[in-house]
Design a protein around this ligand. Structure first.
Ligand SMILES: [Zn+2]
Length: 437
């Protein structure tokens, strides 16, 4: 294998990105960032394992230049790089099943990479940084195997000017200031997909709310504090409610970052969600979105998809969680929201198969809404006790791993006690909306 090779390419929805030829156990990233010049210098220590005999290790790395590479402690000369891929060639192929340690020094001026879904990855804010990598933008800030099923642990150490707060995936384990610069160390031992690893930098206040079962760490611009307190006051209740319906919250803590900039949409990261200033109005205007991003911690982040074609498993569940939360809070019941969205989808073009939406349509709103409807009508079909037992079994059996639609259908049939192939086939594999008759 000299190129990426069709057999090992990461995901048909993100061609040329990621690979199945090796897997990563851990990333240890040591980063130094200069806000004023947008200069990032890093050392990535990657502990990997060959899945097949590896004549070359391909890593996703966009625009940043690798300057030195060591493999198992030995400096390698045979490295090549194009715009989005770093290729490292060992002196002899690494046999399948063998562990390896890569150390890559790299740097440059990071920025988003173009994609079918717009610019993704590292992005400069008016005064700080955001990373929004879904589905394949992590290569804009570290060399990685950027496919959703390759989950690894993370340790991120980032040094920036002391005026800034740095928030990364994981628990803050160290914070040290020297000569006007602060080093922040975050550990995320739970298996994390590259797209869910994150760095957020801004002039943020930090507050921790220890009042609920799960501590919540907030980072936000000082002027938004009042509005943020009001808008996120339901979060402890939400965490309890989802834990009751979906199973235990999958991480030790939850994080919320609110940027000073407006953002088109909020986004989920591992054990964290990121909102724009526009999502915090002090009047609960984004409660639906707060529920959606939180639900991703169970659906998408802990139970991840191995391939993007199954994205309804992330988005359908997160959307259905919004409806369950609405009912819990005394708003519209889930059944009413399902009716409304069913009628709306009946008016929309029925030309999308949510079980295989295609790359261009993977974030189409119909994947979200019809995914939620699939779950709602599954619930109607098998009854509440079986349905909620199924959700709990799904999040526990596949916790911190990946799964797919076939596994969900099989588990649903197990809980239902009868075949559901025709039900799922109608909802997931055909563009026409199933009739409710
Ligand atoms: Zn979502």
């Amino acid at each position: 294998m000299t190129g990426r090779g069709v057999a090992f390419s990461g995901d048909p929805y993100t061609p040329g990105i990621g690979t199945w030829s090796y897997r990563v156990h851990s990333y240890d990233l040591e980063l130094d960032y200069r806000i004023e010049t947008n200069r990032l210098d890093g050392v990535a220590r990657i502990s990997g394992e060959a899945v097949v005999d590896l004549p070359a290790i391909l890593l996703d790395l966009s625009k940043l230049k690798a300057t030195k590479v060591r493999l198992d402690g030995r400096r390698l000369q045979r490295i090549t790089q194009n715009t989005h891929t770093l290729t490292v060639r060992p002196d002899a192929p690494i046999p399948a099943g063998t562990r390896f340690e890569l150390e890559i020094e790299y740097g440059g001026r990071p920025g988003p990479r173009r994609s079918a879904w717009g610019p993704i990855g590292w992005e400069e804010l008016a005064d700080g940084v955001l990373t929004a990598s879904q589905p394949s933008g992590s290569s804009t800030w570290f060399p990685c195997n950027d496919r959703p099923g390759d989950k690894a642990s993370y340790r991120i150490r980032l040094t920036a000017d002391q005026d800034y707060t740095v928030v990364c995936s994981g628990t803050l384990t160290e914070q040290r200031t020297r000569s006007g610069r602060t080093t922040w160390v975050y550990d995320q031992p739970r298996p994390t997909a590259a797209y869910l690893a994150t760095v957020q930098i801004g002039q943020y206040l930090r507050r921790t709310d220890d009042s609920g079962a799960v501590p919540v760490d907030y980072a936000f611009p000082a002027e938004l504090e009042g509005r943020l307190r009001a808008d996120f006051s339901p979060l402890p209740h939400m965490l309890d409610f989802f834990a009751r319906e979906f199973g235990p919250y999958p991480f030790d803590r939850y994080g919320v970052v609110v940027t000073a900039d407006e953002l088109e949409i909020p986004l989920e990261a591992q054990a964290m969600a990121i909102f724009g200033a526009n999502h915090v109005d002090g009047a609960g205007g984004s409660e639906r979105l707060i529920a959606h991003e939180l639900a991703h911690q169970w659906f998408g982040n802990s139970v991840g998809v191995a391939a993007w074609k199954d994205i309804w498993l992330n988005e359908g569940f997160a959307c259905y969680a919004e409806w369950l939360w609405s009912e819990e809070r005394g708003g519209s019941p889930a059944a009413q929201l399902a009716q409304e969205h069913y009628l709306r989808l009946r008016q929309a073009p029925q030309d999308l198969v949510i079980g295989e939406p295609g790359a261009a349509s993977m974030f189409d709103d119909r994947v979200y809404k019809r995914g939620a409807l699939t779950l709602h009508f599954l619930r109607a079909e098998i009854g509440d006790p079986a349905f909620f037992a199924l959700l709990q079994a799904w999040t526990s059996e596949h916790a911190h791993s990946t799964s797919d639609t076939a596994a969900f259908v099989a588990l649903a049939e197990e809980h239902a006690g009868h075949p559901l192939a025709a039900f799922f086939d109608a909802w997931l594999n055909h563009p026409a909306l199933p009739s409710l008759a």
